[in-house]
Design a protein around this ligand. Structure first.
Ligand SMILES: [Zn+2]
Length: 632
């Protein structure tokens, strides 16, 4: 998402001195599901959205038809999510139904109980001014009216409830039909394939249909004076762009067909029986099913944002088709999509893959100072974090190393086959790996996924003649204060003047010493020469991070969006002086300043209204980047 992929956003190429590598549009998501994750009492099979958009009043009116059954037992009462929009009436084939509504819920009593062998369809008429938070929700923009399906500032990240009454959690998927009425000067795109358009009375009603199951957070519409471009080599791919960006779009989307072919060869064929597309929107990126919302500023005539296009496209497999059951397993979407950026880099070669993994994924994670476990984010800024995205991707990179390419991709294929169009968990991923490989993988998951931090290695090597050969002694230990001991196979490249050899130590005890015999005189010994392991050995000695004892979380700005001023909240770094660099969206530095410990006030009164990237550098070589929106 947005990126969520929650999409990360990199500065554009140009006259840039120091481009911040990563950011995500987060400030303070308040994700708190106390106790059990919400379970739907019914099983929703199909949503039929009839919606009219009134741009002059920034309102919508609609009727949502919901076809449902029971997952077990007789269901008489259901609860749906709905924010701010007001329900006028509810009915089924027998007549009006009893309902009541509170701030975020609609409670409906069915006319008769539904059993697992039955279905019933209810209809809900509603309307009003739709809600959005600073990122997700329903937006009226001067150019575009659009739904952004994930919120990063909201208790429940699912934002379907801003557009229609629904069960707004990932754990109940349904098929969709859309009938969206807009002024006939606009083109409206939605999930799935077009089922036609009707024009009448100065209005146009666009019909779209998706006959495969989708989560409500992926349901979206966008209406604008779009130019519709059709890919010349892959007939499944469309682009919906502003008229004035057509030329830039032709250049910026030039690699999309190659990207699709690459993912289809590495993973499995595109899993949706409908179009794939990018839709130009003021915000982005977000992996709405079959229609990624791609931020307008990234359509700039260059292919600089291919990594972002790849991230979102890969969500069509990872996140949209195989979806985490609960938001706390969000790394199963975002870690996989971030890893897919490196898979796309690998299209250009192994060296490009390695460079991307090291410099754009592993080192930014290490510099973030985050050390909390991947599998159980428990505070707001842990959800949309370097851990979820970059450490998640690093875990997949390391799994590929420990399993080998053949088993790793066999595991991905089996995992996809088992959970496509459905939901999954971290434990289910582990179980698939064990079943495909026939071996135990808990040793890996227990530390890298469920444990904290990362290893900091201490290495001692020496060699001496031994008859006609040389005996190499390698002693390896781990000295991290945070986190467990990380059992791993560790490679060493022993190099002579004209020969070399690669040896592997299965590192499972502290201060482990192994002797290796080689036929040549060593000149150097390199730890982890192919960068398989997420460790501080990837960085220069003087660059290595030294996070505070409790680690950090991803920083946020309060408020964000802001006017005139905002404040920095970086958990764990309250006592650190901070160096602040503000970049505009083109990557130019517009502000540098310093904040002493105890001072977290950021005056932005002289910066014009726009989106910026804020980089913080703190004590211990820590560095994070996030997004700041300044309003008029
Ligand atoms: Zn993503």
């Amino acid at each position: 998402m947005l990126t969520l992929a929650l999409a990360a956003l990199i500065a554009a190429p140009g006259p840039v001195t120091d481009i911040p590598a990563w950011t995500r549009p987060l400030s303070r998501p308040l994700i708190t599901f106390a106790g059990e994750y919400p379970q739907n009492t019914c099983d929703i099979l199909h949503y039929d959205l009839t919606l009219e958009i009134f741009r002059e009043t920034s309102t919508i009116e609609g009727i949502t038809g919901i076809l449902l059954t029971s997952p077990g037992g007789a269901v008489s009462d259901i609860r749906l999510d709905l924010i701010d929009l007001v329900v006028d009436s509810v009915w089924d084939a027998t007549g009006p139904l009893t309902f009541n509504q509170d701030a975020d819920s609609v409670f409906i009593t069915l006319s008769s109980p539904v059993s697992p062998s039955d279905t019933t369809e209810i209809f809900i008429e509603y309307g009003g001014t739709p809600y959005h938070e600073a990122w997700g929700g329903f937006w009226f923009h001067p150019y575009v009216t659009y739904q952004m399906g994930v919120g990063v500032y909201s208790a429940n990240p699912s934002m379907g409830q801003c557009m229609f009454p629904c069960w707004d959690h990932p754990n109940d998927k349904a098929e969709f039909d859309f009938h969206i009425t807009v002024p006939d000067s606009l083109y409206c795109v939605a999930n799935g394939d077009s089922a036609g358009v009707q024009f009448a009375g100065g209005k146009a009603t666009y019909n779209w249909t998706l006959d495969q199951p989708m989560c409500t957070y992926l349901a979206a519409i966008a209406a604008a004076e779009y130019e519709v471009l059709h890919d010349s080599t892959d007939s499944r791919i469309f682009y919906y762009v502003y008229e004035w960006d057509v030329e830039d779009a032709l250049a910026s989307f030039v690699n999309v067909d190659l990207m699709m072919a690459h993912f289809e060869s590495v993973y499995v064929p595109y899993p949706w029986d409908c179009k794939f597309s990018y839709v130009e929107t003021p915000k982005g990126d977000m992996e709405h099913l079959s229609q990624v919302y791609h931020i307008a500023s990234a359509i700039n005539g260059s292919t600089y944002y291919d990594w972002l296009l790849a991230h979102e496209m890969s969500h069509m497999w990872w996140g949209d088709c195989v979806t985490e059951t609960e938001w706390s397993d969000v790394w199963l979407s975002e870690g996989f999509a971030t890893y897919s950026e490196a898979i796309w880099a690998e299209y250009y070669g192994a060296a490009e893959y390695d460079d991307y993994m090291v410099n754009d994924i592993m080192i930014p994670y290490l510099n973030s100072g985050e050390t909390f476990p991947l599998s159980s984010p428990s505070t707001p800024s842990q959800y949309w974090s370097y851990t979820t995205y970059q450490k998640g991707a690093s875990v997949l990179h390391m799994l590929r190393y420990v399993l080998g390419d053949t088993d790793f991709f066999d595991c991905l294929d089996s995992y996809f086959a088992a959970y496509a169009y459905s939901n999954t968990t971290t434990d289910q991923l582990r179980d698939v790996i064990e079943s495909v490989t026939g071996g135990d993988i808990d040793w890996f998951f227990d530390t890298w996924v469920h444990g904290e931090g990362y290893p900091i290695y201490e290495i001692d090597t020496n060699w001496q003649p031994s008859g006609s050969n040389w005996e190499v002694s390698i002693t390896l230990g781990q000295v991290q204060i945070i986190g467990p001991f990380f059992e791993m196979p560790v490679e060493f490249l022993i190099e002579g003047v004209s020969e070399d050899t690669l040896v592997t130590m299965w590192h499972d005890i502290q201060s482990q010493n192994e002797l290796y015999t080689v036929s040549f005189e060593p000149v150097s010994i390199t730890f982890d020469p192919y960068h398989h392991i997420l460790s501080t050995a990837l960085m220069g000695v003087e660059d290595q991070p030294l996070p505070p004892a409790g680690g950090t979380e991803t920083f946020y700005l309060i408020p964000n969006p802001c006017r005139l001023s905002t404040t920095v909240s970086w958990p764990g770094m309250e006592q650190s002086d901070l160096k602040v660099t503000v970049f505009d969206i083109a990557g130019r530095i517009v502000r540098t300043t310093s904040l002493e410990a105890g001072d977290r006030y950021l005056d932005v009164s002289d910066l014009p209204s726009a989106t910026y990237l804020v980089e913080l550098r703190g004590e211990g070589n820590l560095r994070q980047v996030s997004r700041m929106v300044i309003l008029d």
